[in-house]
Design a protein around this ligand. Sequence first.
Ligand code: SF4
Length: 379
Amino acid sequence: MAGRLPRRAASKVVPFFLPNRGCPSRCVYCDQSVAAGTAPQDPCPAEIEACLRDAATRFRAPVETAFFGATFTAMPRSEQERLLAPILRLKREGIVDRLRISTHPAHIEEDVLAFLREHEVDVLELGIQSFSDRVLAAAGRGVTADQSEAACRRVLEAGLELVVQLMPFLPDSTQQDDVESARRTAALRPSAARIFPTLVLEGTLLAGLLADGRYRPATLEKTVARVARMLEPLHEAGVPVLRIGLQPSERLEESLQAGPYHPALGELCRAAWLARAMAKVIGRRGEPFGQGEHDGDHDVDANADGRTGGPVLSVSRELASLVLGHRRFGLKRLHEETRRSWKVQVEEKTAGAAPGVSIGDNLVVTVYTAGVRLERERK
Ligand code: SF4
């Protein structure tokens, strides 16, 4: 392919998996061959180059590429060099525009970061999983919370983008641990986060703990509620959450022994978060509508199917799927959180208006999906 390709707003990501390469030991939950899905595993440099050239030609644009599934920075330096060299070349040709790598926070020394910068790595994803020492020890992570936090800070100071991966429901973790981990992540202000609720996969140490009755997997309901709470500090800090839950795949479904697997897990968790956030703004039935600014006209219930009476929830079309949620799960959560039934109207967005949800005739909840912030204003 000759010449530079035009830059697009969000490039396609072409991932490669290097299952467990560089890992000094095996974390209790880990089976990277499942996480890989259909992505190429253990490719050689020639395959990497051919695959990326082909993808850029098909998409008619530069692509982003990523190495996942390994402790990349603990692999022998010559091996890292061998995998990064073709990508550096393709970056010079304008075929690759971004490179991300995932690794373990125990392997983020200054010389590692200098090497990654020389090889034009843009984004470093750190498998932090938890900021509780007790939980990290139980998961066999071989690192403490303070060491993990220091690694995050070094990445940011080196000028690389940081993505923090968290895993609620690891052995010995509590809701407090998981929400606190999200808070510590938010305080670091990374570029983004991912949340992977713990699943029990065949052949892992966790599967053994499950069989012995020493690990109890989370239910879907508990997971949705806990992740919704973890989203609060992340959204308040404007940290986008790129993914919730592993990518659904046949391989994952075959290997899954227990745990909160659902193909629309992210949508359920985000809808639950939004229902909670809206309920805080709106107030609950029996409390003053709109946190004490209620004039009395809106505290009227509709029937459960929302056909009669108010209050009316007007949702801009672009937010409708988030508010209503998977099979109207979000709306049900909103009923529960506010203890009110709502009549929903989906509105076309008016030019220039922020996407939002208006309630009755004097309150507007504005949701900024980018930052994600939620506020209440007087019309
Ligand atoms: S460091 Fe990552 S890839 Fe390696 S065993 Fe642990 S979870 Fe798996």
